[in-house]
Write a new protein. Structure first.
Length: 97
C-alpha cells in the first residue's frame, strides 16, 4: 500500500514516486491511501497490507510500525536528529602507509 499524508494537497507526485519504487521492488500495490496515519495503521493491524511505502522521510510518523519503506533513496544517517535525513560528510580518503 502507498500512503500519502492527508496534509499533502496534491498527492499525485508523491504517489507516482511510490508507484515507481514499488515497481522496481516487484511489489503488487493494493492501493493508495490519502488519509491520516491511523488509517494505514488500522490496515496493518488487520493484516490487509504487509508493506507501507511513503514518498519522503518527512512523511514517516515518529511512532511508526515496522515494514515502512521509503521511495526516497537518499541516505538516512544515525547521527541525524530524530532519524531525519542529512547530507553525508565528504572527506578525502585516508592514505595508508
Amino acid at each position: 500500500m502507498i500512503w500519502v499524508p492527508d496534509t499533502i494537497t496534491e498527492p499525485v507526485p508523491a504517489a507516482a514516486k511510490c508507484m515507481s519504487y514499488a515497481e522496481q521492488q516487484g511489489y503488487l500495490v493494493q492501493g493508495v491511501v490519502h488519509a491520516v496515519w491511523a488509517r494505514a495503521e488500522e490496515m496493518m493491524s488487520a493484516g490487509t497490507i504487509d508493506v507501507v511505502i511513503v514518498a519522503d522521510r518527512t512523511h514517516v510518523p515518529a511512532k511508526r510500525a515496522p515494514r515502512i519503506e521509503l521511495a526516497d533513496v537518499g541516505p538516512m544517517l544515525a547521527g541525524a536528529e530524530g532519524g531525519a535525513a542529512c547530507t553525508p560528510r565528504r572527506r578525502r580518503p585516508r592514505r595508508l602507509r
